[in-house]
Design a protein. Structure first.
Lengths: 325, 555, 262
């Protein structure tokens, strides 16, 4: 082989501390100093903990947090840097060569093979296929109940059909008032001026025991724009009231609230993945990863002039799923 | 047993040590490990950083469990943070607020825990990059590479489950995204979502369930994997860089006792100190800003922690609708329409490819190079241009997706259009890895040529000489034998054309292998041979570079 | 009836009709756009209006039209109210430096007095949101927790939960609210500058607006208990810190640790 000869390890070069006792003494003092620094750091921790004590204000918490950080940092770095400095300057620094061993020797392999062969032979599993096959069947079957145990992870006790079906419905229904999020006060159509955006929940949501599940589906964004600017398909002509429209706030991509309304461009933007919906085109997707338009909530006004829903959404809100159709 | 001359310790410490030794055989352990050799190089330390941050996570995490209450029951916050006083929130959020504001040092511990989590995953990642780019995953360490990859995935899982626990607005919206992605899974997605959340999103079960995973299952699996990982390191002994005195059959370095143990032990305190300093000075995850989770609000700049960012970025890059074509396919089945939500599913493909390719790479490389020898000597990245190119391509692919996760912040901070950032990143998603591969491989090859030149001509001395004719030239100093050996002792793969099997047939996969081998190794720079060096010194001709090119590049 | 039909043909009839039409639409528009803007409007003197008119013609009319009726390069200012002028001019957004995705904040171009005169002029064109009273900006009377809830629902998606700002489509952005005066925050909510939606008094009442301002001023003043806030940008800046400074320090230590001392 035409390769260079390995010259072997380079000659060992002594360190300053190896040849100069004063350098060694100096290193010793440095290590000690570092350990003392660590002690001081620990003391600072106690000062921060007890003297600052139960902080009253944000400023005090910040001070305490910073002092705890500095104290711990010194306590730890003092020990760490000290030990490493000690190892680097005062402990032997001769590189040592150790030989590697084969991960497996042929001799071991043969012994193991024979041994395993004997073990299997002694069980007789090869000679008695009936035992083997029935064992396989039993072992294969035994874990399957464990999988079924997970069926009740859905704590509502819903059937498979119900699990799919509940995604189709929200709290909205005929006559339910549109109310402000979070205050729950109803909205008059005359309150909604062009260019404004209201964050809306269905009336009655706040009174629920556990409102978040319903809220996660029912939140709506209410906006008003010039009806002339909207391209409304024939079947949705009656879904708005004087240019006041309500759309589901839950992104059809993966469910973030699409809450960014640009009143001049009439675009709705999702801050999570930047799906952009065009309000003038019934919230169809014009940019970003969402796959379909935001569902519209048909609204009207009641006798007192308050905005109410005409019905539930006509399609499931939020992210798409296999059974959505 | 015949204990004719039983050893009798003289000191009390000796008596205790002897007691333990005679019960567990500590002598043997000391004999085995006391002077075990570990090679020393800064790039070998990242695995330790990962281990130490994990220990810090266990310590700080244990503290946090004493105060955290993973309940999603509603409560009214009444702690000392004024801007949230009287606000409805879950018990989980309220207890996290209490840890932050009403438990002395609680905020510090939270910050230590979260910062070290970020550093933990970062250290695991950098450690894996080091192992990849130096070829340390080759036989016999393939399985340990897989264990390491598993640890990376587990680290991400640990991080994500923890991120979601405080039930604040940021983590709640993160969970909502997870719910959306799960629902996109064909056939079973709806049910997995229902089972995970215990009903409809958000339900009242998820925080408790994630808490169990976060403090028990995932850390237990990480501990188990760390155990296996370290066991295999002991079995294999550590790799080392090539150099004088270092061969494939030995390991050169410092003994565990005392030097290596001191350095490694000291390093734990150093890592702890660094994390403590960062936690003292920098806020992390200010849940008091985000407020409690509520499905209606969302904050601009909603991002996951960095290690999930690339997956989130992939979600952002995917167009959902192109013109009038929606990636959400509605498939008419006889029993009804079903949705195949490709705009959510396709972005998961790059993640699967990257993680799958990472796990499979040792076998891919072995298949292409047909190199099944044991490797205990590491490659410098430049001496494996093909692998470096592939690695850089993967890193760039990852980084494009990573960047995409902060597209909104790139837009606001560099005053560019959010949409343009997305368009550029979409282009880079396809072009970046290709360019990265080409450029990185070219740079590696050039560095190898530069090494050859240094070996053949010596290094530049910085002394300019004027010849009698008036020409200027720089003196070159020949390398000493140790430095020279470092630059010439490497292996360079050659093209392995497709080979026929025993019956004389060249299989299709063998042809593919041959083509990849040609693509990877067609351009190669071979190490300088003694004969070449001899020739360079003998002739002292400036044509060395040309001749070396001829010698080194085989076509 | 006869008389009317005769007068219908009167040469001035068209003018009268036009005037009537304009009055009705203008009045309706003013009524529609000033929903519940019930705060006591600051009364401006006639000279303020006059001076404002002059300033307007000299500085604003190119885009907004001689009578603020709007043009292709600038919207009509009839009925936008004094608050809109005070915000746009007072924060330096108007007059605009150049056309772009949105008007940028810059050092203001007019004195407070001139701004007031411009506001007086524009307010005289049609009723609109007025500059808020001190009472409505007094953060000692607000409730920051209530304001925080309103802020998270209505504002945080664009401006970020800690009011650090965020991106909108095609180069537009919601600015950071740090350092913005109480008055300007109020006016922005009431008038909906640029692409920001209008939050009129029926959507967010004046008291609630004050709560929001109280919340913003409180979190701005108190800072973060955990130390530097890294721009309140969330996990991105945290990740950036750990990958640069965090790993940088770690690597520096590893190099020192494995180097040989002299």
């Amino acid at each position: 082989m035409d390769t260079f000869q390995d010259p072997g390890l380079p000659p060992h070069r002594p360190r300053l501390a190896d040849v100069d006792p004063r350098a060694a003494k100096r290193a010793e003092r440095q290590v000690t100093l570092l350990f003392v620094l660590s002690v001081l750091g620990t003391l600072l921790f106690f000062v921060a903990y007890f003297v600052v004590g139960h902080a009253e204000s944000i400023g005090e918490i910040r001070l305490q947090n910073t002092l705890l950080g500095i104290g711990t940092a010194f306590a730890m770095l003092g020990i760490g840097v000290g030990i490493v400095h000690w190892a680097k300057t005062l402990m032997p620094d001769h590189e040592i060569t150790e030989m590697r061993h084969e991960v497996r020797t042929e001799e071991d392999r043969q012994v193991a093979e024979t041994m395993l062969g004997d073990i299997i032979e002694e069980t007789g599993i090869k000679r008695r296929p009936l035992i083997r096959n029935s064992l396989i069947a039993a072992v294969a079957l035994a874990p399957i109940p464990a999988i079924f145990m997970f069926r009740d992870l859905d704590r509502t006790g819903a059937s498979a059909g119900q699990i799919v079906d509940r995604l189709r419905h929200t709290m909205w229904d005929k006559g339910i008032k549109l109310v402000r999020d979070p205050s729950g006060t109803p909205i008059k159509a005359s309150d909604v001026q062009i260019g404004s955006a209201f964050h809306v929940i269905p009336d009655g949501l706040n009174e629920m025991e556990d409102p978040l599940n319903e809220k996660a589906k029912a939140v709506v964004l209410l906006m008003r724009l010039d009806p002339e600017k909207m391209h409304i398909s024939p079947e949705r002509q009656t879904w708005h009231h004087d240019g006041i429209v309500a759309y589901s706030k839950i992104c059809t991509h993966v469910g973030c609230p699409v809450a960014l309304y640009e009143q001049q461009t009439h675009h709705l933007l999702c801050p999570c993945h930047q799906s952009t919906f065009d309000l003038t085109q019934e919230c169809k997707v014009i940019f970003g990863p969402a796959g379909h338009a935001l569902p519209q909530l048909p609204i009207t006004v009641d006798s007192e002039g308050y905005l109410v829903a005409q019905s539930d959404f006509h399609e499931p809100v939020g992210p798409s799923y296999w059974e959505r159709g | 047993m015949s204990s004719t001359t039983e050893y009798r310790p003289k000191t009390s410490t000796g008596r205790i040590a002897d007691f333990v030794d005679t019960r567990v055989g500590a002598s043997q352990i000391v004999k085995e490990f006391g002077r075990k050799i570990f090679p020393d190089h800064w790039s070998f330390m990242f695995g330790e950083v990962a281990l130490y941050t994990f220990v810090i996570l266990l310590i700080s995490g244990t503290f946090l469990t004493f105060f955290f209450d993973p309940s999603m029951a509603h409560t009214t916050y009444n702690g000392s943070y004024n801007p949230l006083k009287g606000v409805q929130m879950s018990v989980a959020m309220a207890s996290t607020m209490d840890i932050s504001f009403d438990v002395r040092g609680g905020l510090f511990m939270r910050q230590v825990h979260h910062w070290s989590a970020l550093l933990f995953v970062a250290a695991v990642s950098v450690h894996m990059l080091r192992v990849f780019f130096t070829g340390a995953f080759r036989r016999p360490r393939e399985l340990n590479w897989v264990v390491g990859g598993t640890l990376l995935v587990l680290a991400m899982a640990a991080g994500f489950t923890g991120y979601s626990l405080p039930d604040d607005l940021l983590s709640g919206n993160g969970l909502r995204i997870i719910d959306g992605v799960i629902k996109a899974i064909p056939v079973v997605g709806t049910f997995i979502s229902a089972f995970l959340f215990g009903g409809e999103f958000p339900g009242t079960a998820i925080v408790g369930r994630l808490y169990m995973l976060h403090i028990m299952l995932v850390p237990a699996m990480i501990l188990l994997m760390i155990g296996i990982h370290l066991f295999m390191v002991v079995v294999h002994k550590h790799t080392q860089y090539r150099g004088p005195g270092r061969t494939n059959d030995n390991v050169v370095g410092f003994p565990v006792g005392p030097v290596y143990a001191a350095k490694a032990g000291g390093f734990f305190f150093i890592v702890f100190g660094i994390v403590a300093a960062i936690s003292g000075f920098f806020t992390i995850n200010p849940i008091w800003n985000y407020g409690p989770y509520d499905p209606s609000p969302v904050s601009a700049g909603t991002q996951p922690d960095w290690y999930i960012g690339w997956v989130d970025g992939a979600l952002r890059l995917m167009p959902g609708v192109l013109g009038n074509f929606s990636f959400e396919w509605i498939i008419p089945f006889p029993w009804g329409d079903n949705n195949l939500i490709l705009n959510v599913l396709l972005p998961m493909v790059p993640a699967a490819i990257l993680i799958g390719a990472m796990f499979a790479w040792p076998w891919i490389e072995r298949w292409i190079t047909k190199d099944n020898r044991e490797h205990h000597l590491l490659d410098r990245p430049r001496n494996a241009p093909f692998r470096t190119g592939v690695g850089v391509a993967g890193v760039i692919w990852y980084c494009v997706m990573w960047c995409a996760a902060s597209s909104d912040l790139i837009a606001t901070h560099f005053h560019v259009s959010l949409n343009d950032v997305t368009y550029w990143l979409r282009a880079l998603f396809f072009l970046g890895p290709i360019l990265g591969f080409i450029v990185a491989r070219r740079i590696a090859l050039s560095l190898q040529r530069k090494d050859r030149e240094i070996v053949l001509h010596g290094r530049e001395a910085g002394v300019i000489e004027m010849s009698p004719e008036g020409g200027f030239s720089e003196q070159h100093v020949a390398l000493d034998e140790y430095k020279l050996y470092k630059l010439v002792s490497f292996e360079s793969h050659e093209v392995l054309p497709p080979e026929a099997d025993r019956v004389g047939h060249v299989t299709r996969s063998e042809k593919a292998r041959g083509a990849i081998s040609k693509f990877f190794f067609e351009d190669r720079v071979a190490p300088v041979t003694p004969a070449e060096l001899e020739a360079a010194h003998g002739h002292h001709a400036p044509a060395i570079e040309a001749s070396s090119e001829n010698a080194s590049i085989e076509r | 009836m006869k008389a009317l039909s005769q007068r219908r043909r009167h040469p001035l009839a068209a003018v009268a009709l036009l005037l009537m039409g304009l009055l009705i639409t203008g009045g309706l528009y003013a009524a529609a756009s000033s929903v519940n803007e019930a705060q006591a409007a600051t009364t401006y003197s006639a000279s303020d209006v006059n001076e404002g008119n002059k300033l307007f013609v000299a500085n604003c009319a190119t885009c907004h039209g001689m009578n603020a009726e709007g043009s292709p390069s600038g919207p009509s200012l009839v009925g936008v109210g004094a608050a809109a002028v005070d915000f746009q001019v007072g924060t330096g957004r108007m007059p605009m430096q150049m056309n772009g995705p949105q008007a940028q904040e810059k050092p203001k171009q007019f004195t407070d007095e001139e701004t007031k005169q411009l506001a007086a002029y524009v307010a005289s064109l049609g009723a609109g949101p007025a500059v808020p009273d001190e009472e409505l900006l007094d953060t000692s009377k607000g409730n920051s927790a209530a304001g925080g809830e309103i802020f998270r629902v209505n504002c945080a998606m664009c401006h970020n939960a800690a009011a650090a700002g965020g991106a909108l489509t095609r180069g537009k952005f919601a600015p950071s609210l740090a350092g913005v005066s109480e008055k300007h925050i109020y006016e922005a909510m009431a008038t909906g500058p640029q692409n920001m939606p209008v939050f009129n008094d029926s959507n967010i009442t004046p008291d609630e607006k004050r709560d929001v301002i109280t919340f913003l001023k409180e979190i701005e003043a108190q800072g973060s208990p955990g130390g530097a806030q890294l721009g309140s940008l969330g996990p991105v800046s945290e990740g950036l810190l750990i990958w640069t400074a965090g790993l940088g320090i770690v690597i520096a230590f590893t190099i020192w640790l494995t180097s040989r001392p002299s």
